[in-house]
Design a protein around this ligand. Structure first.
Ligand SMILES: [Zn+2]
Length: 397
């Protein structure tokens, strides 16, 4: 039993029945070529009226439900798939830590490094693997800078499905180890994430498999939505600001989708302000937001490999999200990222990836420029574990 009604194109608005389409809007993606942002990303539309009733019934039946119980209920109500298909490896329900040790006032840290493969990407892999199980498909392919691949490898292992990975040869060694230990088929691509993305598309065009490329399969956004639903359940209110490490823009779009859905069902009354924290060399979404004109990042080269992207797959949707939520893009340098990473590790006990630390660096900039309202509830999404990329960490002594 679930409340998933149909897909809707985020560009032209055309609606499609489930199972009639698989990836992008067939109309909008006609002229798509690898190397450009994805046109016509599909979103899942639910029966929001029935979800509203079901949520009301839950709240009446369990007036003192704890955040974990609320998370379970919300994630089930807003899932396009029944739980029976989920791989046997629990994902999500990650801690939200209220820290006062960073800036002297409350700052919420959502730490997704505790997921099975150590990153937020498990949320997307979980749902795509579940979809493969529903369809009886035995193989899933993806492109990745490392985290999505390590994640898909782990969740496929849990479900007995073959994972085929296209990753840049220069992906951090720990992530390549994860891919190999879970027995995924690894193809190293000389070049960037964007080259790996194209290689994975070419593979799925000629093989009987499901493609998990981020944003290409609509369930990647749905999976990444669960982090937003959790924030709402854990805080009991819509946060004022959510800082998201942003490369291809899909986590940003996923978190926004949670609040679009909650609002549509009348559960939440507003959207949070979303902030895209980007590396200054991988800033295509921030530039797009500033100028309104899309342009690839000229030369992405950052210590935060998880957000190093030349052509963000979800650039168009991410721009819509920033506009809808009155959000913003903020660029941070590698130096700011590494210093924020050390500060988080030494003052909160959380060792996160450089890309995750970009959120704290962006938060400092936002404070400095008075872009944050006083007394605001601010959440930083820390999406990956620091042990995934220890070579990035440098010590002075
Ligand atoms: Zn369309």
């Amino acid at each position: 039993m679930n409340y998933f009604n149909n897909y809707r194109c985020t560009r032209c608005g055309q609606e499609y029945e489930p199972d009639r389409v698989k990836y992008l809007c067939p109309v909008c993606s006609k002229d798509y070529q690898p190397g450009m942002p994805l046109p016509g990303i599909l979103e899942c539309v639910f029966d929001y009226a029935r979800i509203a009733i079901a949520w009301q019934e839950f709240c009446i039946a369990f007036p003192s439900a704890n955040p974990s119980q609320k998370i379970e209920e919300l994630c089930e109500l807003f899932s396009p798939l029944n739980k029976e298909y989920y791989p046997n490896l629990p994902v999500g329900n990650t801690p939200l830590i209220c820290s006062q040790s960073l800036v002297g006032e409350s700052l919420y840290l959502k730490f997704d490094g505790v997921n099975p493969s150590g990153s937020y990407k498990d949320r997307a892999s979980n749902l795509v693997v579940a979809e493969a199980k529903r369809l009886g498909i035995k193989e899933i392919v993806t492109a990745s800078t490392g985290n999505a691949a390590a994640s898909l490898a782990a969740l496929c292992a849990a479900a007995g499905i073959k994972a085929v990975i296209f990753a840049p040869a220069k992906a951090p060694p720990a992530k390549l180890v994860q891919i190999k230990i879970h027995k995924a088929e690894l193809h190293l691509v000389e070049g960037t994430y964007d080259d790996a993305f194209a290689a994975a598309l070419a593979y799925s065009a000629t093989h009987e498999c499901l493609n998990r490329n981020t944003a290409y399969h609509p369930f990647t956004i749905e999976g990444k939505k669960t982090g937003g639903l959790e924030l709402y359940a854990q805080l009991g209110v819509v946060p004022d600001y959510i800082f998201v490490p942003t490369g291809d823009g899909v986590i940003l779009c996923g978190i926004a989708k949670a609040f679009y859905d909650l609002k549509e069902a009348g559960i939440a009354d507003r959207l949070p302000i979303l902030v895209a924290a980007q590396s200054e060399s991988s800033d295509a979404i921030t530039s797009y937001w500033e100028t309104g004109v899309y342009k690839d990042a000229a030369k992405p080269q950052t210590v935060a490999d998880s957000i190093s992207v030349k052509t963000p797959s979800a650039a168009h949707l991410a721009l819509k999200v920033l506009k809808d939520t009155k959000g913003m893009g903020i660029r941070v340098s590698d130096e700011e990222i590494l210093s924020a990473q050390k500060m988080l590790a030494s003052r909160t006990g959380i060792f996160c990836e450089p890309s995750s630390a970009a959120t704290l660096a962006a938060y400092f900039q936002a404070r400095e420029h008075a872009l944050i309202k006083d007394q605001a509830i601010v959440v930083l999404m820390l999406t990956g574990h620091g042990l995934k990329d220890i070579n990035a960490v440098k010590f002075d002594d």
